[in-house]
Design a protein around this ligand. Sequence first.
Ligand code: ARG
Length: 463
Amino acid sequence: MQDASPKAWSGRFSEPVADLVKRYTASVFFDKRLAEFDIQGSLAHAQMLNKVGVLSTDDLNAITGGMTTILTAIREGRFEWLLDLEDVHMNIEKRLTDLIGDAGKRLHTGRSRNDQVATDIRLWLRHEIDGLLLLVQDLQGALLDLAESNAETVMPGFTHMQVAQPITFGHHLLAYVEMLARDAERLRDVRRRVNRLPLGSAALAGTSYPIDREFVARQLGFDEVCYNSLDAVSDRDFAIEFTAAAALIMTHMSRLSEELIIWMTPRFGFIDMADRYCTGSSIMPQKKNPDVPELVRGKTGRVNGHLMALLTLMKGQPLAYNKDNQEDKEPLFDTVDTLTATLRIVADMMRGVVVKPEAMRRAVKQGYATATDLADYLVKKGLAFRDAHEAVAQAVRYAGEQKKDLAELSLVELGTFSPLIGQDVFAVLTPEGSLASRDHIGGTAPNQVRAAIARARARIAEA
Ligand code: ARG
């Protein structure tokens, strides 16, 4: 018969299970990343407790000294993080108490880990957003430099991936500068809602101590306090918004990457990419693979996934704090890491782009990119647009048969498609003529591209 005594059973099962649960519920191995912000928050809280007379000045001084020692140990990688202490908050608090005794135990007066962690994430995210804004600006700078040296470089603009009309490479790059300008706006907007103080909400209902939340908010550089304690400890909408903004930036980076990949295939040959951004093939010696832009495209899926994870994390939670929220950190951390690395690498990659203007020009010619210009020319001479469209379609077909560009047809040949065509037609049939005619704000004429670059630079300097 089997021995079914409780002792034997617990001897076999309870320890391993407890250990598994401990690992399952602990967050210290990832939330230790919040340590510096946790200490900042604790110091502001302690100063406030002292100010309102809940904590003695001796205690406050002991806490300040202990936290300095802990911060140094963390920065130097000497701090011992313990799984048994569950999370960053308990690890730091326990160490503080070991160092300074009872004063350390008084720090948590009028506070809960619920409002503590919400404060930490907001402080951390605010810091990261500020860093990301600088990286967005740097990438815009790299794109603007490349646009400036290509303000007149003719390339085909595409719709449906078919050659449509001539544009300049500079104009094309400026489209991404605009996307990034909106991305920066979104980050700044999210930052306003991140920058509010949850501390003081305690576990969920507030606290009976005579706290001064405005003082803590000022100490920590928050614009204002969160106005409902239940909401403050439980909602992570600011993290979701941030991740949505990050997913959009990644989407823009992914589109740019897709274009770089297409442009550098030998079929297009519009650009060459610095060797440090490419890899070879172990079997095909001729290959130069655009691994970096491909990975940017791939990593976009990862950030989109984090956005979905956070939305799903939130949707079923009743008020107020639930442990589900501990799962906000890894997606958020990885979003910031992925986005930071991506913005850095794309900026450097754009600085290594070598433009091949001849290949771009050749593609403009092969694609009859000035056909619309010829139609517009006929309209300006009095023909209805639909009739002009038809006449030009015939001319394009004929030029195709002759294996010539429209500008290479003679005046006699062109005259067979419309008697309105005169010598002045050649001015609009060249890519330069076509570009110069699109001379309005937002258009591709080289002087407009230069003006747009100046505007973008001024906007960035102001931000
Ligand atoms: N590690 C926790 C988190 O990230 C801290 C808050 C824990 N609060 C609690 N009541 N168990 O959310």
